[in-house]
Ligand binder design. Sequence first.
Ligand code: SF4
Length: 499
Amino acid sequence: MPRMLLDIQNRGQLAAGMTTYDPRRNQLIDTHKRIGMVSEAFYLSRRKKGESLMREYAGRAAIGHVRYATCGAEDRSYAQPFERHHVEKRKWFSFAFNGQLTNYQELRNELLSDDKHHLARETDTEIIMHEICRQYSGDQKPTLLEMMANLDRLFDGAYSLVLLNAQGDMLIARDPLGIKPMCYAKEGSLFAAASESVPLLNLGFEPESIKSLLPGQAITIVNGKFEIANFVPSSRKAHCFFEWVYFANVASTLDERSVYQSRSNLGAELARLEMSDPLMTMPFDKDTIVVPVPDTSKAAADSMAFELGLPSREGLIRNRYSGRTFIEGSAGRKRKAQNKYTPLREVLEGKRVFLVEDSIVRSTTMKVLLDRLRSAGGAKEIHVRVACPPIIAPCFYGIDMSRVDELFAPKFMPDGNLTAEVQREMAKTLGADSLRYLPVEAVSRAIGFDRDQLCQACITGEYPTKRGQDLYEIALRQVGNGKTRTYENAAAELATHVK
Ligand code: SF4
């Protein structure tokens, strides 16, 4: 399990955990979880302690999780899996989930309305746990598939979910829009599933055995019997495009689309924009180089450079031990960005640099980088190229950009239009010589899905679920009111309207 979690460490670095099932153990299912990276949570650099932990938790089946917080406190009690004890084996379960429920506040208010229930935490994970419990209350005995169908009627939002109970039964489910990814593989009696394909490949599964679970589908393993079925019909898809642009491991393939190839295609799109601009006056001479912001932008930068016949050079070295700026909590983002990259003067001095970034969310990293590239690197000109359209709207589905006012782009684009003038203003604010984003149409072309098969809400303001759209309308109204616009505030207001 730790090995698999290491392969998806990119998806969350706040905490890690696992639940295992062993019928020979007194405690049939048992959970270990800790704050920190996988290597810390599982004592991977402390051999004796790590081995003893794995002996203690050895079992026939396991589920695991790495936490990436969009809400809730940064303490152990929020780490997943969430285990719920019960004297009846079918009601004793542990589960982990990836995503975010957009109707969290409504579900919370509903649960608390009768004064019989109590919630100890500020997170949708706890709501899901209680809703699962309620499915098994009294003598109700839904199958795992029926339970998922019932949950789907309650939930709005994104959720990929895994569950293990004290009978050793397992469930893997993906929401009906397939917003979050879910891959699985089965060879003989060995079965594994993960948010991305990389851990499955590294476990030794043949690439052709690795598949994506379809939206609205669930895998159940009950009494050792493996089944895949729809728990709800899926009429449309809305895969999060940001997985391919930034979030997923570059070596993964999600929904049959390679992340690396998609990023390469985005780089080629950037090159095409460059070549088709009649106003492009920047000479491509021997002093012109392409520099990726490591690591997620490398595939796009290499591809853009190749198409333009320019060298792609490592002008920025990333400190690989500093973590990912974007997914770390709120405090210290700027300081972290300052410590994260070292400009290479040998590469940058006197150069015109095409700096390729996968996306600009808050602009904290970009501002720091531009400053460092000039002062420490000696770059002569810096032309920022972004392999993504401007992020203009919050994400309510589990990516940590839930406030409109924390985003860089919206204040420059009140009518949503990205013009040359807007990009000039943005470049000036950032301190770049020029800036160019990709248009929205380039994203679906690069990934290979039709536009209506992707969630692109954060670049279009069009949300694939009703509650997501409602939250956005409220978030926009709150901008006008000058209030702080967080997922929680907007969600609370929505809950008040709906009640
Ligand atoms: S809003 Fe953006 S980041 Fe969030 S799920 Fe949709 S595409 Fe992904």
